[in-house]
Design a protein around this ligand. Structure first.
Ligand SMILES: Cc1cc2nc3c(=O)[nH]c(=O)nc-3n(C[C@H](O)[C@H](O)[C@H](O)COP(=O)(O)O)c2cc1C
Ligand SMILES: Nc1ncnc2c1ncn2[C@@H]1O[C@H](COP(=O)(O)OP(=O)(O)O)[C@@H](O)[C@H]1O
Length: 313
């Protein structure tokens, strides 16, 4: 899979020799609804024996017209993860457009002529609610702007439990700690990456060493609490339990950290790049009266985690 950066106006040096089937969208999370759009484009690409391309943006479009704070500035899938998910879906080319003011300000017809026509599209596929160009033109208008020069294919809303699958719905469930719903809506387990860094070396004194993870500030995380997770260490997925919290038993003003205890594991993994799949929330973080009470709780968490993996493997 190739990734090609584009910005407005597209450089004259870039050539688009072969016609493509293009799936358009921001695709944050690459959830089941997005997968349906990309799979539809893939089906057409196969039928026509053309490359499958995706047109997506380098950051939230909203960043151009307002200040984004907190989770609004974060992503369900940061760029590296998005690329990974596109590759898994069999995408051949990813066009990553710098979403800046000039790009956003193009009239819909200008976007179609400057980008889609220039990119040599044979067919453009997008979800029913996709918008493009200044004043947010819709998919219904796209055949008009295409003027017969390319085909337009609109994919209807994908639903789960009779509600639309959307990035907003997934974000809300993530904030509520509803991992099972999050993972159902994504069609895969919510996954983050990080580097194992040093904490306060307290975990080992509790009998539960915890790998502390440094992660991207752009990654939206599940809400604070204690979770059952799977962690990829040296090419192996291992059962583990994680805390996203402020270690409240040990003070009131600690920063939020991600700490992960891998079950039945005892290796030095400082500096490792790891992946974490967030499977289920077990409970909220609790301020215990002391170390002993926390240790008793960690033992119960371990039993619950082991039971989960026994029943779900
Ligand atoms: C599964 C799990 C559950 C945890 N639950 C709590 C909790 O309820 N309250 C709390 O104060 N800390 C909790 N912690 C965080 C521990 O306080 C923290 O891992 C410990 O202080 C070690 O910190 P260190 O890695 O900085 O040495 C939990 C950690 C794990 C791995
Ligand atoms: N079962 C385990 N789960 C997580 N980390 C482990 C485990 N066994 C050993 N380790 C190692 O120990 C470190 C965690 O020990 P800990 O005392 O919690 O120190 P720190 O506060 O630096 O995280 C991890 O970063 C890892 O290198």
């Amino acid at each position: 899979m190739k990734v090609i950066n584009l910005s407005y106006p597209i450089s004259k040096k870039i050539e688009f020799k072969r016609p493509i089937v293009l799936a358009m969208g921001f695709f944050d999370g690459v959830h089941l609804g997005h997968q349906k759009v990309i799979k539809q484009a893939q089906k057409i690409a196969k039928q026509k024996d053309l490359p499958l391309a995706v047109l997506t943006y380098d950051h939230h479009p909203a960043l151009v017209y307002k200040k984004l704070e907190g989770n609004a500035a974060r992503y369900l899938s940061i760029w590296e993860r998005k690329v990974d998910l596109f590759a898994k879906l069999g995408v051949d080319i990813v066009y990553r457009v710098n979403y800046n003011f000039a790009f956003q300000a193009q009239k819909p017809q200008a976007f179609v002529d400057n980008f889609l026509m220039r990119m040599n599209v044979d067919t453009v596929v997008a979800g029913f609610d996709h918008t493009y160009g200044a004043k947010k033109a819709t998919m219904k208008d796209l055949p008009g702007y295409a003027q017969g020069r390319f085909n337009v294919n609109t994919v209807p809303a994908d639903r789960l439990d009779d509600k639309k699958i959307s990035s907003t719905r997934i974000r809300r469930n993530l904030e509520d700690g509803h991992m099972l719903t999050v993972n159902d809506l994504l069609g895969y387990s919510f996954e983050t990456t990080g580097t194992v860094i040093h904490g306060l070396a307290r975990g080992r004194t509790l009998g539960f060493p915890t790998a502390n993870l440094e992660y991207s500030e752009f990654q939206q995380l599940p809400s604070e609490g204690v979770y059952i997770v799977s962690m990829l260490v040296n090419d192996q997925w291992l059962p583990a339990m994680a805390s996203i919290g402020r270690n409240v038993t040990f003070g009131d003003h600690n920063p939020v950290t991600i700490e992960i205890n891998i079950l039945g594991f005892n290796q030095n993994i400082y500096g490792n790049e790891v992946k974490v799949q967030w499977l289920k929330k077990m409970r909220d973080e609790v301020k215990y009266t002391g170390k002993e009470a926390l240790i008793e709780q960690l033992k119960r968490d371990e039993i619950n985690t082991r039971t989960y993996f026994k029943n779900n493997s």
